[in-house]
Design a binder for this molecule. Structure first.
Ligand SMILES: *Cc1c(COP(=O)(O)O)cnc(C)c1O
Length: 225
């Protein structure tokens, strides 16, 4: 199947209100343009270098979403154009993004990434430590961050119940954060969860944004990069 056919198929399964981030990491400009030409405008990338190259050569109305681990010293490269950073996983990174946003006069939409999987991972905030994390900072003082919601990745497993539990945990965490820290903030509305293998389950658990790569573009081709 072509990228176009895959996209049409995926879109037909998304309820209204769920946004599609087409994860284009490792895929070529040609493949991205194929998706672009069927109307796709939101693309996700996880490497700063690769994103910069694509941002320079592809149409400027693409909304680039950063979904990979972001080092603080690379924030300044993407700050001028990034539409959303899904992977904010430390206070230090949050402060750096805020400083950079202030410097260039942009408010940058960010999602707080939580570690919800049972797998070992270096990345993501720990759900139980969120109050402790937020008690130490002046959230409103971070006025160049648009707190837009949460992001998480479930364990890579066939155990549907386990994945469902993890997605439900993220959805509950979103509700708790909204109540405690962002009441009446219309920006705080996204739950970014669900990838090629588990996005339908994620939607059933409340996802508002799915990040889909291989189902649209096929297997990733690391060699050509
Ligand atoms: C690669 C990636 C995806 C997409 O994964 P697929 O299984 O190819 O759909 C989604 N989210 C993140 C954070 C990724 O790195």
């Amino acid at each position: 199947m072509s990228v176009e056919e895959n996209l049409i198929q995926v879109r037909s399964t998304l309820p209204i209100g769920v946004q599609l981030v087409a994860v284009s990491k490792t895929h070529s400009d040609t493949e991205i343009m194929e998706a672009y030409n069927t109307g796709q405008r939101i693309f996700g990338e996880n490497k700063v270098q690769e994103l910069l190259r694509k941002w320079e050569s592809l149409p400027k109305d693409i909304e680039w979403h950063f979904i990979g681990h972001l080092q603080s010293n690379k924030v300044r490269f993407i700050a001028p154009f990034i539409a959303m950073i899904h992977s904010v996983d430390s206070l230090k990174l949050l402060k750096t993004i805020n400083d950079e946003g202030r410097r260039i006069g942009r408010v940058i939409p960010c999602l707080l990434q939580f570690h919800i999987a049972s797998e070992e991972s270096k990345f993501g905030l720990i759900p139980t430590s969120v109050d402790q994390l937020f008690s130490g900072i002046d959230l409103l003082g971070l006025d160049h961050i648009a707190f837009s919601g949460v992001m998480g990745m479930a364990t890579f497993t066939d155990d549907v119940e386990m994945v469902k539990k993890e997605f439900s945990l993220l959805a509950a965490l979103f509700q708790k954060l909204k109540r405690s820290y962002f009441p009446g903030e219309p920006d705080f509305r996204e739950i970014s969860m669900g990838m090629s293998d588990d996005y339908l389950l994620a939607i059933a658990c409340g996802s508002t944004m799915v990040r889909i790569g291989s189902t649209i573009f096929g297997e990733r081709c690391y060699i050509s990069e």
